[in-house]
Structures are given as structure tokens and as C-alpha cells.
Design a protein around this ligand. Structure first.
Ligand code: LLP
Length: 421
């Protein structure tokens, strides 16, 4: 559910006409709804209401905008971070360190130091060499690092190969079969306090069965670890719950279904459960608003050329992702069209042979469900400045990231004297 609705034939975000934002900020622009963020946090939390004090750590990578993070911080969420940059963003947005968990296969000693200085809740370790490095860094600071191992359960998440993380051939986590040895080695490292087990098998999951299979493995491992004398107090079940992108497809499991499954599977674990949702919190809370530059006749269907491109929203070109594309002020008729951006690659295609509202030059279109992995993955390819972002709440709205001037792209480069001559 979201708060992008048509009022008098034109799309509004909460009480604000999308056209007003386009007119004042220009396009392309990402637009986020506070009411949708609040709703999604509420629904996710409600799904977990049978659990005792779960930690919901928003996956910052999905949308690291400071205003979004501050909104989620006010709602009591923690953060799952995967770099020193994300950690500092989360802290700056007001997320308390004791609600922050640090994931990722490539944490550097510097990043570990920053996280230890802030006193984060947990490091999710992904390898034995990483455990050794963290122990050494912690010891050098006179600290003990609270850790879990992320296990690789060798479960097929049934999602796009590029966003699957829980198969044994993926780079993530420690092999399940070797987990007891890895934990035993970690216990002997003096700079670590081994407190938990973590798992995350992939993103945009539309079936609960692989998640359940992974969680069952976590439960079995917790029992074995305790039998081996480890004091396991936390279990981080990761993120991954999918969101609806294509209205013609079956709905993914709801947070209520997910919560019921988690509650059933984790009964008797006696560990604090942690979650790292990203997409399900922010996905439907954002759209990419764009303007049609022109429509050009194609051999089979018209090409609708919009002013957003693959550098602004990479998901279609990277994962063949499907985003609903709606006219902000639909004229009423529909047609089959191709929607493309101005970048000079055929991959800069948002949709082929799409049944959509008929649009003409100057019309606004919205790429729906773009709040997760949208602005954060944008780049400046073709010397296109990063897309600005707007946050709406009721009848208020604010630019929460400005569009940089093109000049900033030029000024960022340095021409050495020996080139300038
Ligand atoms: N925790 C960890 C350790 C993760 O790696 C991820 C996502 C999450 C949590 C959050 O997953 P979510 O709840 O959002 O599914 N760029 C891709 C998605 C990459 C996801 C990477 N990891 C996309 O646009 O579909």
C-alpha cells in the first residue's frame, strides 16, 4: 500500500500534486512519502508483535537519504550497515549505536575501528580472517567486539541470481557445514564476544519457503552451538521480503505472513531476534518522477523517451526489473509502447512492449516502487548529475537532496599541469 493516488485525474503524493514538485524541482526527481514509510514500519512491526523485543535494523543500502533515515529513526528503527559511510550516515540521522548491526564481506580495519568507537550492537562476521582482524582491532582499542557469524545455509532463495546470497557458491557467510569449527576458533579470539548467529539469503523474495528453510538451519545451529558451550543470545534473520512491483503478478507474502512463520519457527529459541528489512520498508514509499522529452516512432511500437535514465534507476538495466510506469495525468487511452532514457546504450530501457497510458512530449510519468535501491544506486554516467530527492508529509514537502549543478561534475576532475601544458 502506498500514498500515491489520483485526485481529480492527477497523481498526488499524500496531499501534494506530483506536478507541483516537478514544476518547482524539475525532473527527474525521486519523491518519497512519509505516510507510506510510517505505514510500512507499522505493518512490519505488527507482523512481529508476538516476539519479545525484536530489533528491526533498516538495511541502509536500500535508501540512505538522511531525511528517510531520520524518519525511520524517529519510528524507533535501528540500522543494518555495510560500510563505514553507511554507519556514519545512520549515526548522523539519529539512529542509536546500540541498534546498529554491521554486515558485509569486506569490512576494513578502519571501518571496524569506527564501529567499535561508536559501540555498535553487533558485527556480522563473514569469514575467519575477518574474525581475526576484528579481534586484533578490538584488542588494540581495549575493547571486545560483539559478534555473530553470518552462516551460508546453502538455500536457493528463488530470486534473481544477482541478488541471491544464500547459496554455497555465493560469497556470503561461512559454510554451514564448517560453522561449529569457525565458532570454536572465534571463541578463542580474545577481542571477540560471540553472541549470535546471522543469516540473509537474498532480496525480493516472493516465497517464504526458502526463508523458513534457512531459519530452521539457524535454529539447529543455535542448539548445537549451545551444546558446545557458546552463549548464543541473538539471532539475526536478515531482510529479503519482497514487495509488489507488477500488479499482474501474485502478491508476495505479507509482513503478517512472514511474522507468523518467524514466530512459529523461532519458538523456544530464547534469543533476541533481529531483522534487516530494506525494500519492504521503503520500496513502495518512493517513485521516480520523470518527464517525457519526446515520443519517436519505432518499427514496432513508439519509443517514449523520458528524462530519467539507467543512471537514475539502474534496476531495469541491471536485473531486468519491472517497474510500473504511470502517467501523472492519464488522458484515458492506453497503447503498447517502449519506455527508454536518453543514455546511449540499448540497456537504457525501462520497458519494452508495455501496455501503458498514452503520453506525449511534456507529460509527467512516475516509475513506481522506486524508493528502494533507486537513488542510492544512481550514478553520473553520460555526465548526468545525480537525481534530487523530495520527502513529502501530508501537505508539506521538502527537497532532501538537491540536484547538483552540471558544473560540479566538471569541477570534480583535475587536469594536471603536464596535461594542460
Ligand atoms: N541484509 C543484508 C545483509 C543484505 O545484503 C540486504 C540486501 C538486506 C539485509 C536487505 O534486503 P531487502 O530487505 O531490501 O531485500 N540492488 C538490488 C537489491 C540488493 C540487495 C542487497 N542486500 C535490487 O535493486 O533489487
Amino acid at each position: 500500500m502506498d500514498h500515491f493516488d489520483y485526485v481529480d485525474g492527477t497523481m498526488h503524493v499524500e496531499q501534494v500534486p506530483m506536478a507541483e514538485i516537478a514544476q518547482q524541482v524539475g525532473t527527474p526527481v525521486y519523491v518519497y512519502s512519509t505516510a507510506t514509510l510510517e505505514r510500512h514500519v507499522g505493518v512490519f512491526r505488527e507482523g512481529l508483535s508476538q516476539l519479545d523485543n525484536p530489533l528491526i535494523a533498516f538495511a541502509v543500502k536500500a535508501n540512505p537519504n538522511a531525511a528517510v533515515l531520520a524518519t525511520l529513526a524517529k519510528l524507533g528503527l535501528g540500522a543494518d550497515v555495510v560500510s563505514g559511510g553507511e554507519l556514519l550516515r545512520a549515526v548522523a540521522a539519529g539512529i542509536p549505536a546500540d541498534r546498529i548491526v554491521f554486515s558485509g564481506v569486506g569490512k576494513t580495519a578502519d571501518e571496524m575501528r569506527i564501529a567499535l568507537e561508536h559501540g555498535i550492537y553487533q558485527f556480522n562476521l563473514e569469514s575467519e580472517p575477518e574474525a581475526e582482524m576484528l579481534s586484533a582491532v578490538a584488542l588494540s582499542m581495549g575493547k571486545k567486539a560483539p559478534v555473530a557469524y553470518r552462516i551460508n545455509p546453502d538455500v536457493d532463495a528463488g530470486t534473481h541470481a544477482k541478488i541471491s546470497t544464500g547459496k554455497s557458491e555465493n560469497k556470503f557467510g561461512i559454510p554451514y557445514a564448517r560453522a561449529l569449527e569457525s565458532y570454536a576458533a572465534a571463541r578463542d579470539l580474545p577481542g571477540l564476544d560471540v553472541q549470535g548467529v546471522a543469516v540473509h539469503i537474498g532480496s525480493q523474495l516472493t516465497d517464504l519457503a526458502p526463508l523458513e528453510a534457512a531459519f530452521v538451519k539457524v535454529g539447529a545451529l543455535i542448539a548445537q552451538l549451545r551444546a558446545a558451550g557458546h552463549d548464543i543470545r541473538t539471532a539475526d534473520l536478515g531482510g529479503g521480503l519482497g514487495v509488489p512491483y507488477d500488479p499482474s503478478q501474485p502478491l508476495p507474502p505479507s509482513p503478517a505472513d512472514y511474522g507468523a512463520m518467524v514466530t512459529r519457527v523461532t519458538q523456544g529459541w530464547d534469543a533476541r531476534l533481529m531483522f534487516e528489512p530494506g525494500r519492504v520498508i521503503v520500496g513502495n514509499a518512493g517513485v521516480l518522477l520523470s518527464k517525457v522529452i519526446r515520443v519517436k516512432q519505432g518499427a514496432q511500437a513508439p519509443f517514449v523517451i523520458v528524462d530519467a535514465a539507467m543512471n537514475d534507476l539502474m534496476r531495469p538495466s541491471l536485473y531486468d526489473a519491472w517497474h510500473d510506469i504511470r502517467a501523472v495525468a492519464p488522458a484515458g487511452s492506453r497503447e503498447m509502447a517502449n519506455v527508454v532514457g536518453p543514455v546511449c546504450e540499448t540497456g537504457d530501457t525501462f520497458a519494452m512492449h508495455r501496455d501503458m497510458d498514452v503520453v506525449a512530449a511534456g507529460d509527467l510519468v512516475a516509475f513506481m516502487t522506486a524508493g528502494a535501491y533507486g537513488a542510492t544506486m544512481a550514478g553520473t554516467y553520460n555526465s548526468r548529475p545525480l537525481t534530487p530527492e523530495v520527502l513529502v508529509s501530508g501537505d508539506k514537502w521538502a527537497v532532501v537532496r538537491e540536484r547538483p549543478p552540471v558544473q560540479s561534475l566538471i569541477d570534480g576532475d583535475i587536469i594536471p599541469d603536464w596535461v594542460a601544458g
